[in-house]
Design a protein around this ligand. Structure first.
Ligand code: NAD
Length: 361
């Protein structure tokens, strides 16, 4: 445990000391936390000053490997220490809301991986605490920083597609990952929330109702697959589905960077009165054929270049550091959209449980 130092009073927005690097404490040094650490050491204007993980030994080992000053077992002690300007929360989903609230109460800016929380009530509490604290909260809605989705967003916004009548989104993940997540969180909060966020980004109206069904194949606490239909106040509709059932021998697109091989098969299709736009993540880009199978390395999310990790993860963390340093909310990924995504996610779970549509407004 590091020495406690006196906490300084925070100026409104921006940095605790008003100048220098944004000092970040990172919570959760698992696979994605380690990727954040690798990216953050490339980002100008910030430094990771501390890491925390309930696995204290892992926190110390990873902290040392990334040259981080201090390692904690307890994230709240790290947050309370008074030496940080911001936290980056990359721990298990159920910890996101409570840790974001704790950090905001201590005057820190917050980057929190998706999902913002695992209940609407918690998401609303994060929103209210952020408003009281005047601090920036940005949720890791990585697709908003990925070039293929940015191209779709432009087509939807500049009138080329006309008014959207329908959006279809699906996101299927490798079956072998489900062993880790099937006991931990409903897939709508892990995979589905990416597409709910994209749908909200592209749609021109508010979601009015949600109907969902689900299927439990593996027998874990949460279902392997779900499908949902969303209807919007302007009469447009969206469908959303996710199955963690991609077989091991499917073409792999996660082949480097993340310490996790496998497949994200994500598709989205926007159908407008004047045009359509679509993108499929699974087989974009190059192909590598070997005796062990086929790989399509994914190049938009976190590609490893000659000397840095690029793509959406770098763009979103650079964006967060810039917003936290200036104390201004992100116009790309506003907190209100992530709260709305949680409203829909919770309705998906409730609808599947009750077998009826859930009216949101
Ligand atoms: N945006 C994306 O595309 C994307 C991709 C992968 C993961 N993620 C998100 O990143 C988060 C982490 O995922 P992961 O795959 O790295 O999981 P992981 O299980 O590999 O790592 C989670 C880490 O958090 C630690 N942890 C759990 N509770 C904690 C607590 N209270 N305090 C401190 N540490 C705690 C665990 O010990 C573990 O080391 C998840 O929310 C996931 O949804 C996002």
């Amino acid at each position: 445990m590091a020495l406690k130092r006196k906490r300084e009073k925070s100026p409104p927005g921006g940095l605790r000391r008003g100048k220098g690097n944004l000092r970040i404490g990172l919570v959760g040094v698992g696979r994605f936390g380690r990727l954040h650490l690798a990216v953050l050491r490339q980002v100008a204007g910030c430094e990771v000053a501390a890491v925390a993980d309930i696995d204290g030994e892992l926190a110390r080992r990873v902290g040392k490997a990334f040259g981080v000053e201090r390692a904690y077992e307890d994230a709240c002690s790290m947050i309370a220490d008074g030496e940080l300007d911001a936290v980056d929360i990359v721990s298990d989903e159920a910890t996101h809301g409570p840790l974001a609230i704790e950090a905001l109460r201590r005057g820190l800016h917050v980057f929190v991986e998706k999902p913002l929380a695992t209940s609407l009530a918690e998401a609303l509490k994060v929103r209210d605490t952020a408003a009281e604290s005047g601090r920036v909260v940005m949720v890791g809605n990585i697709s908003r920083f990925a070039q293929p989705y940015i191209a779709l967003k432009r087509a939807a916004s500049d009138g080329r597609l006309g008014p959207l009548a329908m959006i279809h989104a699906s996101r299927h993940f490798s079956r072998r990952w489900f062993e880790h997540f099937g006991k931990r969180v409903h897939p709508v909060y892990e995979s589905g929330v990416h597409d709910i966020d994209l749908i909200l980004w592209f749609a021109a109206a508010r979601c009015a109702s949600v109907y969902a069904v689900e299927k439990n194949v593996s027998g874990y606490a949460y279902p392997d697959a779900f499908a949902a239909t969303l209807t919007f106040e302007d009469g447009s509709i969206a469908t959303l589905s996710s199955a963690w059932m991609v077989p091991d021998r499917a073409p792999e697109n996660l082949v480097e960077t993340l310490e996790l091989g496998g497949t994200i098969d994500a598709s989205i299709e926007l159908i407008g009165e004047k045009g359509m736009a679509k993108f499929r993540l699974a087989d974009s880009g190059p192909a590598v054929w070997t005796d062990r199978g086929v790989q399509h390395p994914e190049l938009s999310l976190w590609p490893t270049g000659h000397d840095r990790i690029g793509g959406a993860i770098a763009a979103e963390l650079e964006h967060f550091v810039d917003r936290a340093r200036t104390g201004k909310e992100s116009p790309v990924a506003p907190l209100a959209d992530s709260v709305e995504a949680l409203r829909i996610a919770e309705a998906v779970v409730e609808s599947a449980k009750k077998g009826t549509a859930i009216r949101l407004r």
